[in-house]
Write a new protein. Structure first.
Length: 171
């Protein structure tokens, strides 16, 4: 990975600082575009199912979802499209979002979970990328915004479940 600007370099240095050996993070970004970083050092992360995110946003279109998440969560979000169960990872301040203990939205266990974090410039597929990239050092999602997206997604899914097959899903 080559940082294009001083800002990109500062953000990357901050992210790499989460790794016990920051040079390893830099090497992983250069080799494959993704570095494995532990949560609970520079940031925590909330894993949210695509189903919840898409229900909250009312869309599956990455451009629309990215704009929606930027507006509501106001922070960096990774879209992991490698797995059959597509997921989003909201990067949040340390110690926040502790109440997310369900399969569709889960706070990754700090200090024991490693997250695949894309290089700062990786903003498109294939694989994991920033649907909402970090824009400055220590830029993290607003915990209230993360909660709002999860709650709205769950409400919208419950409503869709109540409607059943009577109405098509809009996204």
């Amino acid at each position: 990975m080559s940082a294009d600007t001083d800002t990109d370099r500062a953000i990357s240095d901050w992210l790499a600082s989460a790794h016990p050996t920051p040079s390893t993070a830099w090497a992983e970004w250069q080799e494959g575009g993704i570095a494995m970083l532990p949560t609970g050092r520079a940031f925590d992360a909330v894993r949210v199912s695509a189903e919840i995110i898409h229900a909250a946003a009312g869309s599956r279109d990455p451009r629309f979802v990215g704009a929606y998440l930027s507006n509501v969560m106001d922070g960096p979000v990774i879209h992991d499209a490698y797995d059959v169960r597509v997921r989003y990872y909201a990067m949040v301040p340390l110690g926040s979002c502790a109440r997310h203990l369900t399969p569709d939205a889960l706070l990754l266990t700090p200090r024991s979970t490693w997250l695949g974090v894309p290089a700062v410039h990786r903003t498109a597929r294939p694989g994991a990328y920033w649907i909402n990239p970090p824009v400055y050092q220590e830029y993290l999602c607003a915990p209230d915004g993360v909660d709002e997206v999860i709650a709205l997604g769950r409400r919208n899914l419950a409503t869709l479940g109540e409607l059943g097959a009577r109405q098509p899903v809009a996204w």
